[in-house]
Design a protein around this ligand. Structure first.
Ligand SMILES: [Cu+2]
Length: 256
C-alpha cells in the first residue's frame, strides 16, 4: 500500500507543478470575453432611441455588433467605444451640463465616459482618428452593423473586459427640425453643428455572464488594476487559491 500511496502523491505534486507552469500560458488565452451594453438616451439630449452593443475581445482583436433604433433619420451617427483612466466609466448625468445650455455636448459628457478609444466604423480604420468618419458609420434611425477585424492595444482590450468602457452613439436633433442644424457649433469640429456630435445613446460595456469563462477573470483585472498580463496571472492564481479571489470578486461586483 505504501507504494500505491506514493504513486498517488507524486502525480498530485506533478499536477501542482503543471498548474504553476500553465499560469503564464493563460496570460495569452484568458484575455478574452464577451461584453454588452444596453444603449439608453443621454439625459437632456432627448434622443428618442434605444440600442445595444455587443463587443467580444480575443486578445487584441475585437469584434462588435452595434444596433440602434429611433435616432434622427437620414443623418449619420458617429459611434465609439470610450475610455479614460481618470473618469468614472459611466453614462453621463444631467448635472454634467457645466455650461447650463440645457443639453450635453461631448466635452461635458467625456467627464463620465472618457475619450474615444475605438471608432465603430463599418470598414477601414477604427482608431480615434476616425472619430468623425461618418461616411463609414451608421446612417439613419434604424441601424445595425458588425465587424470582426478591429485591432486594439492590450490596454484597450483589458479596459473593455474590465467593464470600464462605454459605447456612445452621437447625433441628436435638439430643435426637432429633422436635420443637424442650429447656431451652436460642435465642440469637436466647428464646421459641424453641435447636434451632429452631441451624444444620443450611451451604454457601459459589461461582461456577458453566460459567455465569461469560469473563475476570476474579472477578479484578476480588478485586483491588479489593469495590466492584461498581470490580471491573467492572477486568474491562474485563482485556480490555486480560489477562496480569497472569490471574496475579491464579490467585492468588485458590488462596486460596479
Ligand atoms: Cu463617442
Amino acid at each position: 500500500m505504501t507504494s500505491l500511496r506514493r504513486s498517488l502523491v507524486v502525480p498530485a505534486a506533478g499536477l501542482a507543478a503543471a498548474l504553476l507552469a500553465a499560469a503564464p500560458a493563460m496570460a495569452t488565452t484568458a484575455t478574452s470575453g464577451s461584453t454588452q451594453g444596453e444603449l439608453k438616451p443621454v439625459p437632456l439630449n432627448d434622443a428618442p432611441g434605444t440600442g445595444s452593443a455587443m463587443v467580444e475581445v480575443d486578445g487584441t482583436t475585437v469584434s462588435f455588433t452595434l444596433a440602434y433604433d429611433g435616432l434622427l433619420a437620414d443623418a449619420p451617427h458617429a459611434a465609439h467605444i470610450h475610455y479614460s483612466s481618470d473618469v468614472p466609466h459611466t453614462c453621463p448625468t444631467a448635472d454634467l451640463d457645466k455650461d447650463a445650455s440645457g443639453t450635453l455636448n461631448t466635452t461635458e459628457t467625456a467627464a463620465a465616459y472618457g475619450a474615444i478609444v475605438v471608432s465603430l466604423t463599418t470598414t477601414g480604420d477604427t482608431s480615434p482618428e476616425s472619430g468623425l468618419a461618418v461616411d463609414r458609420m451608421g446612417v439613419g434611425s434604424d441601424v445595425s452593423y458588425s465587424r470582426g477585424d478591429v485591432t486594439v492595444t492590450p490596454e484597450v482590450a483589458a479596459d473593455i473586459l474590465e467593464g470600464e468602457s462605454v459605447v456612445v452613439v452621437h447625433g441628436v436633433d435638439h430643435d426637432g427640425s429633422g436635420a443637424y442644424d442650429g447656431a451652436t457649433v460642435s465642440d469637436l469640429n466647428p464646421a459641424l453643428p453641435t447636434e451632429a456630435t452631441d451624444p444620443a445613446l450611451c451604454g457601459v460595456l459589461q461582461a456577458s455572464q453566460m459567455a465569461m469563462p469560469a473563475g476570476g477573470v474579472q477578479t484578476g483585472q480588478a485586483a491588479v488594476g489593469g495590466s492584461g498580463t498581470l490580471l491573467m496571472v492572477s486568474g491562474g492564481a485563482a485556480v490555486l487559491a480560489g477562496g480569497a479571489l472569490l471574496v475579491a470578486r464579490r467585492r468588485t461586483q458590488t462596486d460596479s
